[in-house]
Design a protein around this ligand. Sequence first.
Ligand code: 13P
Length: 279
Amino acid sequence: MGLVSGLEVIDECVSRGLVAGAFNTTNIETTMGIVQAIENTGVPTFIQVAPTNAVLSGYDYIYDMVSRRLASVDVPVALHLDHGRTLDDVSESLAAGFTSIMMDASGYEYDENVALSQQARGLTPAKYALEVELGSIGGKEDDHGPELEFTTDPAQVAGFVEATGCEMLAVSVGNVHGYAPNVRVDMDLLRKVQEASAVPLVLHGGSGLPSEQLARLHEFGVVKVNVASDLRNAMIRTFGEAYVANPNEYSLIRVSRQAVTAITDVVEARIRTFNPKIS
Ligand code: 13P
């Protein structure tokens, strides 16, 4: 099938009552682990990379790696720019072949956020999906965190969605990036945001949230849940454990394959949690 647009993933999920996982890749092992889980479950999915991780290889390499692996996969998958911060991030990832875009101007004042999101809309072809963020999600991703953390104001949602022309809205409702103790989504606030939004919602920070909340997100208009730390931790843990078990370990391929399996297990468990009816 090859890569499809973000819009196709959203439409398919909305029509089938599914929630798409959005899993961050950095390298070949992570990509192979994610795609194996997608094949095991058959659920439409986003594979994504943020500019902070694309520095390792560049957008072209990520596109080549992901699209080559997906050529033989019969499940809709989009390649998404996660947390684009500048218009250059948007145009460079689109030029590389990405099929779904996030512009994250949530650190700016409301009017500036609208203006930058509108410019990203102008760059993003209508056939692709644009995700924007209202409210600022706390925690850290790749050592980067927001200066301010504040929740999404339901009173601003309808106007923001209309002004930006987005297809997905990322929300700050208690979710944070990375691992933090006792993180919970404020389900009452999520409900208020859902009621005000004309488009499906995106929840960032999927790694640290309790499973019983993740399993209910489909009832709250959420179509995409981002997960990064769990995959990265699975990879780092696999290599760390291999070294501790044998400091003379030299088989990179053996440990790399163990890492792929560890990542598949994490991703598949998450996809099944988000979609209790397929489990
Ligand atoms: P976690 O690292 O908490 O899973 O968050 C990932 C994320 O939201 C990427 O945008």
